[in-house]
Structures are given as C-alpha cells and as structure tokens.
Write a protein that binds this ligand. Structure first.
Ligand code: GDD
Ligand code: MG
Length: 342
C-alpha cells in the first residue's frame, strides 16, 4: 500500500528557515519533520511518495543516506500543483487505497485504526479530525453522529464554521477519488475535491482521535512543539552530538556540533547544527539557524535567525527575523515581518 506525503509547500510562514530547506526537512528535536510522518505509517504501507517541488533535491539527498524500511519515491512536480494536483500527479504509483498526509503535522493519530474505521463504513474517503477553538485557519466539517461528513469548508470565518472539528491533515482514500481531479492543473483537495466527493458519494467520513495534534506551520508553533516534546519526553533539554557547552541552557533543543560560550544563557530556544553562540549572550524563545554565529553579548528574544547568518556583538533585538542573503528566486514574494507573532 502507498502513502503520499504532501511535501511541496514553500513553508512561507516558516521563512527564513525555509529559504534554505524544504519544509519537511525542518528538524524537530534534530530529526527532519518528514521522518516523524514516515514513522507513523503502518507496516502495510511499503511505498512512500513524497509529493515535492520546492527544494526536492534536498529530499532526494536526504533519503539516499537515511534508512527507512519503505520504498521512497520523490515525485517531482514540474510546478506546484496544489494538494489535489499533487495527489493526481502520483496516480501512476497508486493502487486501490492509499494514505495522504500533510507534511507539517505531528500527532498521535493511529493510521491503522483510521483504515479499519474507513473499511467498516465502506467509505470512499476518510479524513482525520481534531477539535480546535479557532477554526479559521483550517478545513472545517459538518458531521453526523455516525461520522458521515455532510459539509467541508476550507478556512471559513469563525462565525460561518459548521463545527469546531477541523481537517487534521491525514486521509485514507479510495482510488475512485482520482477521477475527480483534473490532470496538470493547480487544484486544492480541500476547496475543490472534498466538497464534490461529499455531494456525489455521500460516503465521506471523519475519524476523530485522542492524544495530541500539532500543526508546524509557523515559527511560533515550531517553537511550541519543541516545548511540548520536551515535556512529553520528560527532559529539560535535548542535545545533539559533539556540543561544547560553557553556558546555561534551559528548555532548549541544541543541534550537532554547536558551541555555546561562557556565561551565555539560552532558554526555550532551538539552536540548529553548527551554530556558535559566543560568550555572554542571552537568547530566549528564539531559533538560531544552521552555521550561524551569534557574537558576544547579544540579546535575542523571540528572534529567528536564518541559516548561515552572523549576528554582530552587542545586538539587542526582540521579535525580529534575520535574513541578509538573497531570497531564493522561486520563493513566493512576501515581506519578512513579525515572523513569530504572525
Ligand atoms: N506537492 C505539493 N504541491 N504539496 C503541497 C502544495 C503543492 O502545490 N501546496 C501545499 N502542499 C503541502 C504542504 O507542504 C502541506 O504539507 C500540505 O500540502 C498542506 O498545505 P498547507 O499550505 O500547509 O495548508 P494549510 O496548513 O494552510 O491547511 C491544510 O492543513 C490544515 C491542517 O493543518 C489544509 O489541509 C486544512 O484543511 C487543514 O485543516
Ligand atoms: Mg499547513
């Protein structure tokens, strides 16, 4: 059986970290996000199709050297085809039933249980559901007691939302749904295809689960998931290999080959591989990219520093994103603003 992982988004809300990497390779506790998704797949899935375009070479390179017990296919879209178009573009690899996963979700969903639910209801499509307070950034469903979904609205205004149950970003689909998707066009699964399947088949189901669900779409949620995982794993910090630490580090994830200077204090932050934090720096609620240097006596709070940047000595900044290099040409044009708060 196959699983498609939708790995083609640019991750605009995660810039500047996504100027240099595919969103699904963003490390969470020093492990790429996509690895968490592959690990959650049941044994019955033997083939993983990574629906990719932006920075797809990085994905190919990553999977050349990392061991999974599944066949990995990086399916390169010539241009972004949207969540629906990307699934259609994988058609030649798909059999009768398959999973589709958004690549920016970490959750406790048991996909085998969702598949059992799907078969019991003889469904054409089953999507995972999670309750949230503010639904306006998500797909929202109207659902009956037996799990039959009667309406799907993508990103409605809060007052127009049919419920507080949102699309949690994992689907189990019958191949007949592929007939709904046109070839080669940018198509949103959520806006165009799901509503049509509901109308035509009346066999579109929602599967609710318990535990946890986290969407890593923004810098703020990227920081939050690290705090949540530290608590879940009952750890104060998470350290990679080969770290020189002469500072005071608290509630922080530190990548490999990082140097932390004397008297530097780092709290609730993420320091990626090969970063150097010089002496007497204070860093809180911030992300420091790979190969960065934060020079001495800098004070950074709610700051994101893109890869390969240098922060000069005595810099004092709050709520700021640092990026001085060229923005990749293919990246959607958007101003760098208040990245953490947005
Ligand atoms: N291959 C490919 N091509 N993948 C894409 C493309 C594309 O053109 N566009 C987006 N993706 C991928 C993203 O990388 C992500 O993994 C997934 O498709 C969903 O796109 P997002 O851009 O992250 O959508 P969203 O977060 O606004 O909303 C989606 O996720 C919510 C849950 O977090 C929707 O599925 C909502 O309905 C859902 O509630
Ligand atoms: Mg998303």
């Amino acid at each position: 059986m196959e699983a498609i992982i939708l790995s083609g988004g640019f991750g605009t809300r995660l810039r500047p970290l996504t100027y240099t990497r595919a969103k699904s390779l963003l490390p969470i506790m020093n492990k790429p996000m996509v690895s968490y998704l592959i690990e959650m797949l049941p044994d019955s899935v033997d083939t993983v199709i990574l629906a990719a375009n932006y920075k797809k070479i990085q994905l190919e390179e990553y999977f050349e050297t990392s061991n999974t017990n599944k066949t990995i296919i990086v399916n390169d879209e010539p241009k972004p085809l949207g969540t629906g178009g990307a699934v259609k573009f994988a058609e030649k690899y798909l059999s009768d039933e398959f999973f589709v996963l958004n690549s920016d979700i970490i959750c406790s969903l048991n996909l085998s249980d969702m598949m059992t639910f799907h078969r019991k209801h003889d469904a054409v499509s089953t999507i995972s559901l999670w309750p949230v307070e503010n639904v306006s950034e998500f797909g929202v469903v109207e659902i009956q007691k037996n799990g039959n979904i009667t309406k799907f609205v993508e990103k409605p205004k809060q007052e127009d939302a049919p419920s507080n149950l949102i699309n949690a970003g994992a689907y189990f689909l019958e191949s007949s749904i592929l007939d709904y998707i046109e070839n080669g066009r940018l198509i949103s699964m959520e806006k165009e295809i799901f509503p049509q399947i509901i109308t035509d088949t009346e066999s579109f189901y929602g599967y609710q689960f318990k535990g946890y669900w986290m969407d890593i779409g923004r810098i703020r949620s990227y920081l939050d998931i690290h705090q949540d995982l530290l608590i879940k794993q009952n750890k104060n910090n998470h350290f990679g290999n080969n770290i020189v630490n002469n500072g005071i580090v608290n509630k922080t994830t530190v990548g490999n080959d990082v140097v932390i200077g004397k008297n530097s204090k780092i709290e609730k932050s993420i320091i990626l591989d090969n970063a150097i934090i010089e002496d007497d720096a204070i860093i809180s609620n911030s992300v420091i990219g790979e190969n960065c240097t934060v020079c001495s006596k800098s004070q950074l709070s709610w700051v994101v520093v893109g890869d390969n940047e240098q922060i000069s000595a005595n810099t004092i900044e709050e709520n700021k994103s640092f990026w001085t290099q060229e923005i990749p040409k293919e990246f959607p044009k958007k101003q760098i603003g208040n990245v953490i708060g947005e």
